[in-house]
Write a protein that binds this ligand. Structure first.
Ligand SMILES: *[C@@H]1O[C@H](CO)[C@@H](O)[C@H](O)[C@H]1NC(C)=O
Ligand SMILES: *[C@@H]1O[C@H](CO)[C@@H](O)[C@H](O)[C@H]1NC(C)=O
Ligand SMILES: *[C@@H]1O[C@H](CO)[C@@H](O)[C@H](O)[C@H]1NC(C)=O
Ligand SMILES: *[C@@H]1O[C@H](CO)[C@@H](O)[C@H](O)[C@H]1NC(C)=O
Ligand SMILES: *[C@@H]1O[C@H](CO)[C@@H](O)[C@H](O)[C@H]1NC(C)=O
Length: 344
């Protein structure tokens, strides 16, 4: 995962005019000196101003550098054109060809490596929005992120991203948000977002309901009837009840080395096990669907009191789920078999 946040230097936003697929890309310009980077910035800033007035089909044109200046050598552009003809017409505009292309080809050692162009493609559902306030923002906080999932994983996170886009639309200080595909990698998504300020991003967007946090915990003395996890749960109920409300669900990973894949029976369909809390079935379904999607036939196992999830379910009343594999069981069976054989 790459995480970049930027100061915009030149910013131009127009409403999207054409229905056709836009040309949308993010380019990294690795210049060899700070003076050349600054000259590139001046030239592209000038082009941006000209394009904003004269090229209505240029729907986004931003030149950005990392907050704090980064390495002082790299600049990035975010460019979106209504369609291919608009893009080609922009490339052949006299100002672009003289001020940018002639200059860059005639400047020796301008780049330390070729500029890197990353195209963004629109996803089938409406996963983008931009608000009129974005065009007026004086110093928006821009975040570009790439997320690479396991094979087929993008399919599983689409619902999450749809919710995230819907929620971000409601946030007054979230001025632009989009989730895009990557034509070079089916398992990667890109997000582009602009907030009215860094503070807004930190205080509001990151704390919104869909931007949930994961808390990782390693428990001690599970074999001694869950000493560590039990203590944790009682500490919260006894001393920090407000903390309990912050927990949505608990996932347990115990004995995950090798053998059959077992998924917690959250909907009680095995007819065995402890009673479950609401939504444990959602966890079960997510996992079963995930494994089915990658060609693994996972089995269900009843939710019992045999590991740390038990206390989260019974003390904190949280939905729980677990993944486990039958390694230990297989080992024990193999030992029993060997012992049986040697007795015989
Ligand atoms: C970039 O330039 C700024 C201002 O001149 C300087 O403070 C900073 O140390 C430079 N950063 C690097 C990585 O050279
Ligand atoms: C800036 O743009 C104007 C047109 O808007 C052009 O006349 C001028 O030459 C450009 N300056 C540079 C340094 O490219
Ligand atoms: C990226 O977009 C440009 C402009 O449409 C196109 O020429 C280029 O082939 C695209 N590259 C990829 C990898 O899709
Ligand atoms: C957005 O706000 C409206 C009005 O307050 C509300 O009805 C809707 O549920 C909200 N949508 C999301 C995704 O938060
Ligand atoms: C009890 O919970 C609080 C709040 O999460 C935590 O700060 C504290 O360290 C916990 N106590 C112990 C002994 O773990």
């Amino acid at each position: 995962m790459r995480f970049l946040n930027f100061v915009p230097l030149a910013l131009c936003v127009h409403d999207v005019l054409a229905a056709g697929p836009p040309v949308f890309f993010f380019t990294k310009f690795p210049t060899s000196t700070t003076a050349l980077r600054d000259e590139l910035i001046t030239r592209m800033d000038n082009i941006s101003r000209w394009s904003c007035t004269n090229e209505p089909g240029v729907t986004k044109y931003a030149l950005v550098i990392p907050r704090g200046g980064g390495d002082n050598l790299t600049a990035y552009s975010i460019e979106q054109y209504d369609d291919d003809p608009t893009f080609l017409s922009h490339l052949s505009a006299p100002l672009v060809s003289t001020s940018l292309f002639s200059w860059s080809t005639s400047t020796p050692n301008l780049w330390t490596s070729d500029p890197l162009v990353q195209n963004f493609t629109l996803l089938p559902n409406d996963m983008t929005f931009s608000k009129p306030e974005f065009a007026k923002a004086s110093n928006p906080y821009i975040v570009v992120e790439s997320l690479t999932y396991t094979s087929g994983g993008v399919h599983h996170v689409m619902d999450h991203w749809e919710e995230e886009v819907a929620a971000a639309r409601n946030e007054t200080g979230t001025l632009l948000f989009g989730v895009y595909g990557d034509p070079t990698n089916n398992n990667r998504l890109w997000t582009l977002a602009a907030y009215e300020s860094e503070q807004y991003w930190r205080e509001v967007h990151e704390k919104s309901e869909t931007a949930r946090e994961l808390r990782f915990a390693w428990w001690a003395a599970e074999e001694l009837v869950g000493l560590g996890s039990r203590f944790y749960c009682y500490n919260l109920t006894d001393n920090f009840p407000a903390e309990v409300d912050k927990i949505l669900a608990y996932l347990n990973f115990d004995m995950v080395s090798q053998g059959t894949y077992y998924v917690s029976d959250g909907d009680g369909s095995t007819g065995r096990g402890w009673r479950t809390q609401p939504s444990a079935d959602v966890i079960e379904k997510l996992w079963l669907d995930y494994f089915a999607g990658i060609g693994i036939a996972a089995k269900e196992r009843a939710i019992g009191f045999d590991s740390d999830h038990f206390f989260f379910q019974e003390i904190l009343k949280k939905s729980v789920g677990f993944l486990s594999r039958a390694w230990m069981l297989r080992r024990i069976l193999a030992i029993i078999r060997r012992v049986t054989i040697s007795i015989m």
